[in-house]
Design a protein around this ligand. Structure first.
Ligand SMILES: [Zn+2]
Length: 327
């Protein structure tokens, strides 16, 4: 079956591009996702690679554009569908949530054609995944005002596809893997949706606040490694001597507003009670201290240095180390 997404039709040996229209604004301008489709001349699986499901996490978009445009199609088996921006209404306003309905697209899958814009968009993405994708690679970052280390997440719903997702997570060039069970707001994600359609998937996290050459390199290593592990590209995907599996834990929400002053770095592993950071008010007084509530935990996200933060926002993520293992 020829892969067609929006006005883009796969052609063997070619990189095609265009748009997938998902609605329109009040003034009639289209809401559309940019689409690349690269097709090899040899058979292979179809991989859906997307960025900016959280619109302000633009590093994924930049990396997909770079990757798709520099891909040597002659070496490709199967098909890669690259969607740099999966959520235009969030991307255009550099916001985590949709500018149209305020929803977090990555919490409302499977969506609904009868719901508000984000629900409609989720339903369109789900439909395309089900129709075309054998695998999903979902790119995220800390967004504006937060940082994450370079690490990977897979959803563990206990199925064979989750096991396959874990295998793929070990081949994207990172050492730390978050095994995310369906708890504490982790449902409704695009990776949970993909598992519902028996599509193994991983989420790569990288960078945030700024987008450096290192962040671009890390994303490109992860995209290439994933496509090697799925058999779309030749060569061996990266392997680490050991992997740190993290699980449980949570987003940490501060109770007071102010400027967030980190006391640790992303990627640190902190013992219980160690200080993650403090909130200071505009007179420079400490209004809240944020200790790590869990035993030895990986700091998987952190607000940027002195970033203005309201009460109840996410100031950090601390995820306990579950175990260390090999491939
Ligand atoms: Zn995100």
């Amino acid at each position: 079956m020829t892969v067609t997404v929006g006005n883009v039709k796969a052609k063997p040996g070619k990189l095609e591009r265009g748009e997938l229209r998902v609605g329109s604004m009040a003034d009639g301008s289209p809401i559309q996702l940019p689409v690349f489709i690269a097709s090899g001349v040899k058979d292979g699986p179809t991989v859906w690679v997307e960025g900016c499901i959280h619109g302000e996490e633009y590093g994924g978009a930049a990396s997909i554009i770079q990757f798709m445009r520099s891909l040597d199609i002659g070496t490709l088996s199967g098909t890669v569908i690259g969607i740099p921006v999966a959520n235009p209404a969030s991307f255009n306003f550099r916001s985590r949530v949709s500018s149209i309905d305020g929803q977090n697209l990555n919490r409302i899958f499977p969506g609904s054609p009868d719901g508000s814009h984000s629900f409609q968009l989720a339903a369109v993405i789900g439909e395309h995944l089900e129709k075309h994708a054998d695998y999903l690679l979902d790119l995220h970052s800390g967004g504006i005002g937060a940082e994450v280390p370079f690490y990977v997440i897979y959803k563990d719903d206990g199925t064979q596809n989750a096991t396959r997702s874990r295998e793929l997570a070990k081949r994207v060039g990172v050492e730390t893997i978050w095994r995310a069970a369906e708890i504490q707001g982790m449902g409704g994600t695009v990776t949970a949706e993909s598992l519902r359609h028996n599509i193994p998937s991983v989420t790569v996290e990288c960078g945030g606040g700024t987008f450096t050459q290192q962040h671009l390199n890390d994303y490109l290593v992860s995209i290439k490694g994933f496509l090697q592990a799925t058999g779309n590209l030749p060569g061996d995907a990266p392997v680490r001597d050991s992997y740190t599996i993290i699980s449980g834990g949570s987003f940490i929400h501060n109770r007071e507003g102010g400027l967030f002053v980190p006391a640790c770095k992303v990627g640190d592993i902190l013992p219980k009670g160690a200080m993650i950071g403090t909130l200071i008010n505009l007179h420079g007084e400490t209004v809240e201290e944020i200790p790590n509530p869990y035993a030895d935990s990986y700091i998987a996200a952190l607000r940027c240095n002195y970033f203005p933060t309201h009460a109840g926002e996410i100031c950090a993520e601390a995820i306990p180390v579950e175990l260390r293992e090999g491939l």
